[in-house]
Design a protein around this ligand. Structure first.
Ligand code: ARG
Length: 561
């Protein structure tokens, strides 16, 4: 039910359309001002009256409706208080009828949204920076899907580049096959780090690495075999992390996939006169000094990251005919994406406007920055393990007899980390602190999960009878919950519109807070039958909405904690 629409229908102002009224009506921020308000300031000029007087006159002329209980004129606003009982009944009915699909819609009309996210680098560690990226991308993926879009999740693997030459060189010098087979990516990283240390002393190592990479490019069998092996080792490790995060992809076409797809794009750029020679390299220049040129072919003929992204842009358009193509990548790559999108636009393709760089910040642990070259890296796996271990410790202290402790600790620990990734606006840098994200107080996953478990245990303890006294939901704390519950879909829409899962985090936190306030203020199980039933229905609906929203954030909710 759209109250704004209803209210617009009840008001008549000469020369103002229902659509205009609809746009003007807002939600009241303060419960003392009712639920909705029409500000009358805009009409003052044409009507030549004070906003206060206009509001007063409108109050007398507004039509009555059963769903609106009170209309008041206050300081130039016309405030509407809805019939909270009818609203509560309708909202709870809807949530409980629709269950897991409450909040879903088909408004996306099956339009395709490509989402490039996670996009880890092979033979480099899956570090905590990529966790932010993975969490945001996966959440957008699920949310677009919920709203009826067709989503294509793409892991644009960083599986091409000189790091492979470096690894071959390192492997040949210090590598041990068995050891690496056994230790996986840890073993690879160790020799990779050693390579960088040694190369600082001996420049010639870098030349050697370049030669090995050239071997891969030229299709040398031995080099290719090592390349594939490194990739396999990395992916094995990465897939384990994805499993724990409940993340998957529709495509793993990474950079190497585009090796044979760049030539047509370069040809077209040449034909269109956009590719120019500059000191032996091929670049696209931009008007003015808006941006430095986009380098697409180096002097030695090698292609670059940007060249592969050009090919990928066309491949995606051709294969998926996207409505939007998103790139969830750190803001360090702002220039790169501005360049790539601009080049596509200069080629004359209007779908360039449908490509969006969904930029995000950096993550660090309190210890400081990380760089895979120097080994000061924070692995996602270690972060998850540490968080789970700490969660288990808390459970051991608070609830040692809990059944399935390990499983619950996994859900709480991993959930806490993912929640922390999504909680602040995506562009903000995050300094990660285990104790803060695992706290049961504050804006954390455990706080929301605990609220969920509280709902579950209430429902387990009592059965809900048919005699429901909805008027029990008229009080402010119950009404606040109903309002938040009714806005689940708005939360999804806003998250998708701004590519910002933190909107959903905010909403689920607000709901949890409202629920806990209600829980401490109201007697539920001990209340009189009709009241008890109404309150339990509210508990059940809250539980459902928390579950639905956490699912889109990628966070599991155990029934007991
Ligand atoms: N592998 C890159 C990195 O870690 C991110 C790739 C993002 N996607 C893209 N199409 N460029 O920095």
């Amino acid at each position: 039910m759209d109250y704004k629409k209803l209210i617009a229908e009840l008001i008549d102002i000469n020369g103002v359309s229902k659509d205009e009224l609809y746009e003007l009506i807002t939600l009241s921020k303060d419960a003392n001002n009712g639920d909705y308000a029409l500000p009358c300031f805009k009409f003052a000029k044409t009507m030549r009256k004070s906003p206060a007087l206009i509001a007063q006159e409108l109050k007398n002329s507004v039509r009555q409706d059963d769903n609106i209980k009170i209309v008041e004129a206050v300081n130039g606003y016309l405030n509407f208080t809805i019939d909270k009982v009818a609203f509560a009944k309708r909202t709870l009915d809807e949530v409980l009828r629709e269950g897991d699909s409450y909040g879903a819609s088909d408004e996306g009309n099956g339009k395709t949204v490509c989402i490039d996210y996670s996009s880890v680098n092979i033979a480099k560690p899956f570090h905590i920076g990529h966790l932010l990226n993975t969490s945001i991308g996966a959440s957008l993926y699920r949310t677009f899907n919920k709203l009826g879009y067709k989503t294509v999740g793409i892991n644009h693997l960083g599986d091409w580049g000189t790091q492979f030459g470096k690894l071959i060189s390192a492997y040949k010098r210090w590598g041990d096959k068995e050891d690496i087979e056994k230790r996986g990516v840890d073993g690879l990283l160790e020799i990779y780090v050693k390579f960088h240390e040694e190369a600082e002393k001996d420049e010639s190592l870098n030349d050697e690495a370049r030669r090995y990479f050239k071997n891969i490019e030229d299709g040398d069998e031995e080099a290719l075999e090592l390349f594939r092996w490194f990739k396999e080792i990395t992916m094995k490790e990465v897939m384990k992390v994805y499993d724990r995060l409940h993340v998957s992809f529709d495509s793993y076409n990474g950079e190497a996939f585009y090796n044979d797809k760049m030539a047509p794009v370069l040809d077209e750029l040449e034909e269109k006169g956009l590719l120019v020679l500059s000191e032996g390299a091929k670049v696209v220049k931009f008007d003015g000094d808006e941006m430095p040129p986009c380098l697409l072919v180096r002097q030695d003929g090698a292609t670059l990251y940007a060249t592969r992204d050009m090919a990928a842009a066309f491949y995606r358009k051709r294969n998926y005919d996207f409505y939007k193509s998103l790139y969830v990548v750190a803001y360090q790559q702002n220039l790169h994406f501005r360049q790539v999108f601009k080049v596509v636009e200069m080629m004359g393709y209007d779908w360039a406007k449908d490509m969006v760089h969904v930029a995000h910040g950096m993550v660090s642990l309190e210890e400081g920055a990380m760089s895979s070259r120097h080994g000061k890296v924070v692995f996602v796996k270690d972060v998850l393990d540490t968080a789970v271990k700490k969660a288990l410790k808390v459970i051991e202290e608070k609830n040692p007899n809990l059944e399935g402790k390990e499983d619950i600790a996994e859900k709480v620990g991993v959930g806490a980390v993912v929640f922390a990734m999504l909680a602040s606006g995506r562009i903000k840098d995050i300094v990660f602190d285990y104790d803060k994200v695992l706290a049961f107080e504050g804006e954390t996953a455990p706080y929301v999960q605990y609220t969920y478990a509280r709902c579950c245990s209430l429902i387990e303890k009592a059965s809900i009878g048919d005699n429901v006294d909805y008027s029990a939901l008229d009080d402010p704390s119950a009404h606040e919950i109903v309002k938040l519950i009714s806005r689940l879909k708005d939360s999804y829409r806003e998250a998708v519109r701004r590519y910002e899962p933190s909107v959903m985090v905010r909403h689920v936190i607000d709901l949890s807070k409202a629920f806990n306030k209600f829980y401490f203020e109201s007697r539920i199980i001990g209340a009189e039958e009709g009241v008890k039933n109404a309150r339990l229905l509210l508990v059940k609906a809250t539980k459902q909405v928390i579950k639905n929203e956490l699912e889109l954030l990628g966070i599991e909710c155990p029934e007991h904690m």
